[in-house]
Design a protein around this ligand. Structure first.
Ligand code: TNX
Length: 673
């Protein structure tokens, strides 16, 4: 790879979106301007972002050289020279889906010359030619009124608050000593507050004005706690370090509220809070494959989760776009599949840029993160997303493919041949090894194996898989499946595999993987599609329902333990309104913070179905989270809305109280509106 060596060349890349109007198809226009002093000839232009051209899109004033998922390479008409000051404009009306928000457009672009020199361009946010274009970034905060619905700043709101009377607000909390569990919680609390609110001195000694906090032990529910307020101090009573930590977090929130908004919130000198969570599983998922988050960012995020009393971190470690965890037995994975870049085995995608971009976590770093999460009362659930979503992995380890596979099928994201092969013994052995290494790293003993979005045409050109299918479902099924190969219609969307031969093969794969997870003494997690073929043992597995709202109750009815996370309410990558200038995705809708808060995850569930309800989860997919300002806008305060539904009794939820208290909650990167 050559680094730019043309000091006189400077390029500007702009994109424009004109929505469909009447009979007229939509129009996506890209514009490259030469702001330098040297003419540019004989080049191709590469760009990527969530939105993508169709595989065979026609280009006006140019030609499509290559489309790989959302990475496009186009060339100008033959003989074209981009003179200093001049602009080349090309366009297409054929996209896989219409752009809905500014963040759907290209986020990165570069030129490659005939000699192979890479020239990065400066990229501006995609402009709509029809509506307001001020791209929104940063967390929105409601103003804090003088007369709040409740005079205490707490989120999620506790089960029972009684006899509260306000008094002089202390400057901080002097944490006493107590049992090992209390000391552990006090240390974790000091650590969390130092991370989230550095310099505020929430924890301070008595000689610096800290109010005395005493600890008392009691038997009872692990995550429950009680706070007793008196003029000379506060007593925290709990059964475990998690309970003590949650008591301290409530106390810390009350104190911050009263110090930062003294006209609005009080600090109690009398009264009590008795609290315990509504749900056992209070989760948040983070995709670190599409965008990479360094260990430091993950640790900071864990502190944010703890402050919301969330207790499960679903760590989406692999996807088509990258593999992010060191596996000792397969060093190629992180050498190759953790990086995207021009000419690498995974090209630049989702705006990641021409030069190697990405990263991974070593096992030592994973242990550190898991240990920190444990101190914050958070169990970490790693996900290895298979058999679909495995393009990066298969680029690093092509020997896991069927060597005689021919033809192409593609995923909904336009990824070619991206599935681990159920009939390839090396692929199964790979999974056994990976699961064994993970079981040693993640003490919570829950291993999530994905199983989402396997394309309808998966394995349709693999003789090994077709032979397996013939033996499981007969020759007719194998023949019909083979006809899915090289079908253009596989490109954008065909992933509804229920009752298709594809599901039979996926089930055969999952049966083997689940068996190895069970032999390690671990529980298997999966997305809802893992139910196809009904091969998971329901006593040692759980599913996450995501595609629509009714699916979770349906699968609970079938006996699966369910975590509810419908895209329509809990996918934090969805934009918060349908407006173009709001960032985010839109396939599942555009839930506002209010919509997310008001969503009832078990509405209409029967008593029998409710026995399989484990809890809820926020999902942070991030194809559209081009920068951290977009992350802060999309994730907050909706993360806290989900946290309050997970913790607070339904009858005690109150939007007006919530949105005031949300204004005092931390975000991750400090981007506020
Ligand atoms: C669907 S949710 C996916 C992800 C995408 C997400 C974007 C799920 C199990 N699969 O691969 O990132 O939509 O919203």
């Amino acid at each position: 790879m050559t680094v730019p060596s043309e000091p006189n060349l400077s390029l500007l890349f702009e994109t424009f979106w004109t929505p469909a109007a009447g009979e007229e198809a939509p129009l996506y226009t890209v514009r490259l301007t030469n702001l330098g002093a040297t003419p540019l000839a004989d080049f191709v232009l590469c760009f990527s972002g969530p939105g993508r051209l169709q595989a065979t899109a026609a280009i006006q004033n140019g030609r499509l050289v290559r489309r790989f998922s959302n990475h496009s390479t186009i060339a100008p008409p033959d003989g074209f020279v981009l003179l200093p000051g001049a602009t080349w404009e090309a366009s297409s009306r054929q996209l896989s889906y219409p752009l809905r928000h500014w963040s759907d457009g290209a986020h990165n672009a570069y030129v490659v010359t005939a000699e192979g020199t890479i020239l990065p361009a400066r990229v501006l946010p995609t402009i709509s030619t029809t509506v307001d274009n001020a791209p929104r970034r940063g967390t929105a905060r409601a103003p804090v009124p003088f007369n709040p619905p409740e005079p205490l700043s707490i989120l999620p709101w506790p089960k029972d608050v009684r006899g509260i009377a306000g008094g002089q607000v202390p400057h901080g909390l002097a944490l006493g000593t107590g049992s090992a569990a209390a000391v552990e919680a006090a240390d974790a609390f000091a650590d969390i507050t130092a991370r989230l609110f550095p310099g505020e001195g929430l924890v301070r000694d008595a000689h610096q004005g800290g109010l005395t906090v005493r600890f008392a032990e009691r038997a009872g529910e692990a995550e429950a706690y009680r706070l007793d307020f008196a003029a000379d101090g506060v007593r925290v009573t709990a059964a475990t370090s998690a309970g003590f930590l949650y008591g301290l977090i409530t106390l810390g929130q009350i104190l911050r509220g009263a110090r930062r908004q003294p006209a609005t919130f009080l600090f109690p000198v009398a009264g009590a809070i008795e609290d315990a969570p509504r749900m056992d599983f209070r989760g948040c998922h983070l995709d670190v494959a599409r965008q990479f988050y360094a260990g430091a960012e993950v640790k900071q995020f864990l502190a944010v989760l703890a402050w919301n009393k969330l207790n499960r971190f679903h760590w989406h470690l692999t996807d088509d776009e990258a593999w992010r965890i060191e596996i000792a037995a397969y060093p190629h994975l992180t050498e190759k599949a953790a990086w995207r870049g021009h000419g690498l085995s995974v090209p630049p995608l989702l705006g990641s840029g021409p030069f190697a971009t990405g990263g991974y976590y070593t096992q030592a770093e994973v242990r550190e993160i898991v240990a920190l999460a444990g101190r914050y009362a958070i169990a970490v659930i790693p996900e290895i997303d298979v058999p679909g979503h495995s393009f990066a992995l298969l680029q690093a380890l092509p020997e896991l493919r069927d060597p005689d596979e021919t033809g192409e099928y593609a995923s909904v994201q336009g990824m070619p041949n991206n599935c681990l092969n159920p009939a390839q013994p090396k692929a199964i052995a790979f999974m056994e090894t990976v699961m064994r290494e993970l079981a040693g790293l993640f003490p919570a003993g829950i291993l999530h194996v994905g199983a989402d979005e396997v394309p309808l045409g998966a394995w349709s050109g693999s003789p090994m898989a077709l032979a397996m299918l013939a033996s499981l479902s007969g020759e007719d099924a194998a023949r019909s499946h083979a006809r899915q190969n090289n079908m253009e219609t596989n490109q954008d969307g065909a992933d509804d595999i229920e009752n298709a031969p594809t599901a039979v093969l996926q089930a055969a794969f999952l049966r083997q993987v689940h068996e190895s997870v069970r032999s390690l003494g671990c529980v298997t997690g999966g997305w809802q599609e893992a139910a196809h073929g009904d091969v998971l043992d329901k006593g040692s597995s759980y599913l996450v329902g995501w595609r629509d709202v009714p699916v979770s109750a349906r699968l609970a009815e079938a006996g699966y333990d369910m975590v509810v996370s419908p895209g329509q309410a809990y996918y934090l990558d969805m934009a918060q309104s349908a407006d173009w200038n709001e960032p985010g995705a839109g396939w599942a809708g555009s839930p506002s913070a209010r919509d997310t808060y008001d969503f009832d995850p078990v509405q209409g569930w029967t008593v029998e179905q409710l026995t399989h309800f484990k809890g809820i989860q926020a999902c942070i997919w991030n194809e559209s989270m081009a920068d951290r300002g977009v992350f802060d806008r999309l994730v907050f305060p909706r993360l806290s809305a989900i946290a309050e539904t997970a913790w607070t009794p339904w009858a005690q939820k109150d939007w007006d109280r919530f949105i005031v208290n949300a204004a005092l909650m931390p975000n991750l990167y400090g981007h506020w509106v």
